[in-house]
Design a protein around this ligand. Sequence first.
Ligand code: F0G
Length: 336
Amino acid sequence: MPGLIERYRDHLPFAPEDPIVTLHEGSTPLVPAPRVSERAGVEVWLKLEGANPTGSFKDRGMTCAVSAAVREGADAVVCASTGNTAASAAAYAARAGLRGAVIVPEGKIATGKLAQALMHGARVIALRGNFDVALTLVRELAQRHPIALVNSVNEFRIEGQKTAAFELIDELGELDALCIPVGNAGNITAYWRGFQEIGHHPRMLGFQAAGAAPLVLGAPVEHPETIASAIRIGNPARWEDAMSAMTASNGAIQAVTDEQIIDAYRFLAEREGVFCEPASAASVAGLLAHGARGAERIVCVLTGHGLKDPQTALERAGTVVPCDPELTAIERAVLG
Ligand code: F0G
């Protein structure tokens, strides 16, 4: 498959002669989830966005944001990030030959994401403050300097990410509800825009971690906390857009506890063979905890790959079995 700008150019603000920066993102697997379906009592599909080139849905927005930055003559891109945007921005900046700088909350991003941003040669800045503080600062920075801001406040990010909605309709024809984790609220905004553009209106069911649930509480959270570090956000930039997607689609934004997130995270890995990161599992956790609101065919978006966060996985999984190099010992270890 080509990259998503080529695949969906009719719906995107790029002309055939524009420079395109792509890693052939998008066209990700949509797989049925029989065990989740059984537990939820409805037909559930999983959209595996971890299959994108850098392991998260951010690549959909980044191909557009970085292509636009090149078209505008920028020589650097910058973002605030809980990790995945940083990894994606760093990769696409490398691909485009641009400088990249990413601001992340110190000590609060998953190991895999940090490794990616560093490997791609971005300047990684560990801020002694949370994501919300980082985003405020980076917005100011981008106003003062000729640097392209590639957070989801950038319209091109939303444009790219809306293509996931097109893929769902291309494949399924119809769905009743979309379950999706919500952090800075760019992705729920993008899906809703995509569905609307092609005349579809599934319920948008957004889920925030209970310790970082400003949209559920109706007020910013000053010190957001959750094991799902990707969505540890207290004041989403796309607040209004997310609320109107929820209202217009007759959907809901609800909270899930860290325990519910980890339960879904492990269930997906152990029973469906699908390893996503904790924040992604919030979509399935939400469906299991709050129900489908009358919807019968549901897609849960699994936003990032499980390998992004090996530390959480190792803390929550079983242990390895030590073994001497002898047949009887192996027999005991394997069969015992
Ligand atoms: N899932 C994952 C794996 C994420 O990395 C994010 C956001 C979300 C869900 C929520 O999406 O912000 O559009 O509502 N990660 C951003 C980042 C904030 O910096 O990587 P959203």
